[in-house]
Design a protein around this ligand. Structure first.
Ligand SMILES: [Fe+2]
Length: 201
């Protein structure tokens, strides 16, 4: 039997409560009544400390899940999605993501993955795409979201954006950081592919 860290159990409860009360999340995917725990190996990278100590992750109604994501960050398997890519070391040192439900996360279920994404102020996550459909639900701070064929949008707590399958998108923070809950459905196996032009960043 897998022993799940209490920080993850608390985070899962906050996630389930948020999912139940936010139509954007409930409409994106249904959650099974119980999720399967799985063992994970913690991985810590520099953005973990940035997220823990960032004073500007201000929020409205989402302080409890923001704090739960920060607390569980201490035992999470932070992702190395772009290690060795052309994004380079500075991006790797500042872009944070870990999984709550799915590969590398403490829980799993069919057809759905859930992550936290954190970016400090002044960071650009350039255009990329993936076959999974995706929703970003902003929990704290503020960021600008860019998507092929759409004008840029600045989003804050309680706002969300949907990225269709295969549609390139990007995120930029200005003078503030942001934290978002990110859900994937569909093809959960295929990793994101960077699509930004050479020399853009
Ligand atoms: Fe994405």
């Amino acid at each position: 039997m897998t022993q799940t860290d209490p920080a993850f159990q608390n985070l899962l409860a906050e996630f389930q409560a948020l999912h139940a009360r936010e139509p954007a999340l409930a409409g994106f995917a249904t959650l099974p009544d119980s999720l399967t725990p799985q063992p994970i190996k913690p991985v810590r990278i520099p953005p973990a400390a940035l997220m823990e100590s960032d004073p500007d992750l201000t929020t409205t109604a989402y302080a409890a899940i923001r704090d739960a994501f920060i607390a569980a960050g201490a035992v999470a398997q932070w992702r190395l999605t772009y290690q060795g890519s052309r994004l380079g070391a500075d991006f790797m040192d500042r872009f944070g993501c870990y999984c709550l439900i799915g590969e590398g996360g403490p829980f799993t279920c069919d057809g759905l993955a859930a992550y936290v994404v954190y970016m400090p102020a002044g960071l650009y996550y350039p255009f990329h795409q993936h076959p999974a459909e995706e929703i970003y639900f902003i929990l704290a701070g503020e960021a600008e979201f860019l998507m092929e064929g759409h004008p840029p949008r600045r989003l804050g707590p309680g706002d969300h954006v949907f990225h269709p399958s295969g549609r390139a998108h990007a995120t930029r923070t200005h003078d503030r950081p942001f934290m978002a809950l990110v859900l994937w459905r569909g093809d959960l196996e295929t990793a994101p592919v960077l699509t930004y032009p050479e020399g853009e960043i």
